[in-house]
Design a protein around this ligand. Sequence first.
Ligand code: GLU
Length: 407
Amino acid sequence: MFSETSYYFRRAAQVMGIGERIQRLLEKPQRLVKVEIVVELDSGELGTFTGFRVQHNRARGPCKGGLRYHPTVDEDHSSALAALMTWKTAVVELPFGGAKGGIDCDPTRLSPGEVERITRKFVSEIHETIGPYSDIPAPDVNTNAQTMAWIMTEYSRIHGFAPAVVTGKPVELHGSPGREEATGLGCTYIIAEVIKRTGGTIADKTFAIQGFGNVGSHLARHLALRGGKVVALSDVNSAIINRQGIDIPAVLQHVAEHRTLAGFPHAEPFDRDELIYLDVDVLVPAALGNVFTRENAHLVKAKTIIEAANAPTTPEADEIFDKRGVLVVPDILANAGGVIVSYFEWVQNIQQFRWELEEIQGKLHRYMERSFKTVWDLARSKNISMRTAAFIVAIGRVGKATVLSGV
Ligand code: GLU
């Protein structure tokens, strides 16, 4: 996976004509921490897991990025996702570098108590690597506000009260209003910006969303609030479709009760692998990476793809989309709403001053709108893809900070 994000980096670096010297400084992660986590499982047996924290680049500020709990977490994945965080924070102008990490566990097979013990043990292993002014984790796949609360309390036990060590905390425990829905809302703002330029309104478009976790569910809710017709949804083991538009408040209620989309009475079940081929206006991958490949990219019918997930498009698929004129808004721009409100949370923790939700959402909107415009205008003026344009903007900012700091 790292070689794929590097491919996008090098392609943009080439268009910019930046030298090999700077490329070498920016490409590889600066620090990689790998730890063994041994905990007692509920059965009384010992469970061993591997945890990672990769800091890709800190030229523009403390490292920032999520923690993922998933069997696919390894050095390569964490490095790729850490690099994406460097470019993401730069493209939306947050004063952070990029990091990512996680644990190679499967939380669906663990009790809440086991996840808590694994998390606390992980913090006891990496507490010298993270910190409010060095590296600030946040939620990602299969981690949430509760996980962040454990991290904050465990870190504070060792270092003293330090809410700014992690973002995405519960609002009741120094979290920020609006953080949980921020990625989904940010994607909605991006979709509105795209439609402003390509014609129509959200209310006359159809949407298919792959993934109904934190990002996909809030995105569906915000699209529906604006009259958008969400016709298909999928989660880890099911998918539902209704050409008239799925009743989103009802499906949210269903998922809150049953923890799955399966069995939702007002839509038809269908094969979840088919979702990406549906004939809709906007297709949103909002789950894991590597969704679009050389094999399937030419079968995608949607003309607009919004990358709510990180790294859903392989370089081969990206080239196919480019040739076919499919508009792809890249992950480092499309899903930046989460880290933007993480930044607001961090600032509030440092100020020890709570902002109002309206202020947070107003600022989120301005950050997304401004970043989108910069990337869109560059892509149009240079006749390049939005991904290459976003990387160019990001590499320019990180490169300048690096040169100004000195090697
Ligand atoms: N995990 C999210 C991302 O990939 C959020 C990171 C953060 O808030 O630091 O952007």
